[in-house]
Design a binder for this molecule. Structure first.
Ligand SMILES: [Zn+2]
Length: 366
């Protein structure tokens, strides 16, 4: 496949919408996994997924943990534009408000009763840094305490929908998807939620624009280890029609610690530093269900420590990042502005950034 990926000749949509993936292969692999899964003890499921790691690592594209193809493509485009215009720099609407260099969101998928029980210890860690997070729940998989959503919101957090059941049924075929849409809508409304995270990141890029939500966050930028391998190759949000996609850009905690058996958060930090360098979105999923030990909570604390040490990061709830991205899409950048503003009560502090060449690199002045 590699010869098709010539920068300049490529269409970003081919990667964003995962059109490089063979839908027959992806459907077959997923179905096999999900048919076998209920029959296998959890220990064996984990062993199977670990045994697959060398095969998955060999897939080659998208590269893991960093796939730079769309970052490189964007730089190529800017370089060409700079050379064509003869200008020293090109203004564009800054990627993030408040003149921030990068953005980060903390998200959690609650898989079962153990996760429900373990929300507070995770929140305690986050609260110490003044961070808020999004909590995604499965609607019909386990019981959710009546006052939990209100408590989370009072605590500054956001509630999102992690599917109706935690399986691959939503995207298995068109009929199931269409039948599920009103139910998704109903839960989102009842929960006052605007965000969706598909169970096990099941997805179909041709249907995401029909989801009745403000944003989806089911596409990794690159992840060969999930039941649905692949990724959108993007470290900034993009659109499926009117639905904002907030790509998942760090490895999931389960992948890192259970499947790859990493002992440190070096993978998170390495990727985090690259995303910051590229002005991207750090979007991490951790599961309270797997954060039961003090060691695991310590790993998470180390990540938050890293993020809180940066004054140039925009920390927000995903719903506000999605609102910003929607509003940003309405803005254009006049030739010589100092600032651009979004009118109205939902104002974010938008500003102008500049792209310029520095040696053989493209850099952004925020
Ligand atoms: Zn899940």
């Amino acid at each position: 496949m590699a010869e098709a990926f010539r920068p300049g000749a490529l269409d970003p949509a081919f990667f964003l919408y995962e059109h490089y993936r063979d839908p027959r292969v992806r459907a077959r692999a997923t179905q096999l996994y999900y048919r076998a899964k209920p029959l296998l003890p959890r220990r064996l499921q984990l062993d199977l997924r670990r045994a697959f790691v060398p095969v998955q690592r060999r897939q080659g594209f998208p590269a893991w943990p960093i796939e730079p193809i769309l970052v490189d493509h964007n730089h190529e485009q800017l370089r060409a534009q700079l050379r064509r215009s003869g200008a020293e720099r090109i203004p564009f609407v800054g990627l993030w408000p408040d003149r921030k260099r990068f953005c980060f969101v903390l998200t959690h998928d609650v898989e079962g009763p153990a996760g429900i029980e373990n929300i507070e210890p995770v929140r305690e860690v986050e609260r110490a840094y003044g961070f808020a997070s999004a909590w995604n729940f499965v609607a019909e998989e386990y019981s959710i305490p009546r006052d939990l959503f209100a408590r989370l919101r009072t605590d500054g957090c956001e509630v999102g929908l992690h599917g109706i059941r935690h399986d691959d049924s939503l995207f298995r075929d068109r009929q199931r998807f269409e039948t599920a849409l009103p139910k998704l809508h109903e839960y989102l409304e009842r929960w006052e939620a605007v965000g969706f995270r598909s169970p096990s990141t099941h997805r179909n890029s041709d249907w995401m624009h029909e989801l009745p939500c403000l944003y989806d966050s089911s596409f990794p930028d690159t992840d060969p280890f999930e039941p649905v391998p692949g990724g959108c190759c993007s470290i900034v949000p993009f659109f499926f029609g009117g639905v904002v996609e907030l790509p998942i850009t760090l490895a999931q905690d389960h992948t890192l610690f259970e499947i790859l058996r990493e002992r440190s958060i070096e993978r998170w930090l390495e990727k985090g530093r690259w995303i910051i360098e590229q002005h991207g979105l750090i979007n991490v999923i951790t599961h309270p269900d797997y954060m039961l030990s003090s060691t695991r909570l310590d790993r998470y604390r180390e990540l938050l420590d890293f993020l809180s040490g940066r004054s140039d990061g925009w920390h927000e709830l995903p719903r506000n990042v999605a609102r910003w991205w929607t509003q940003r899409a309405q803005l254009s950048c006049p030739i010589e502005p100092e600032t651009v503003r979004i009118p109205g009560p939902t104002d974010f502090a938008a500003s102008v950034s500049y792209a310029r060449e520095q040696g053989d690199r493209i850099v952004f002045d925020v």
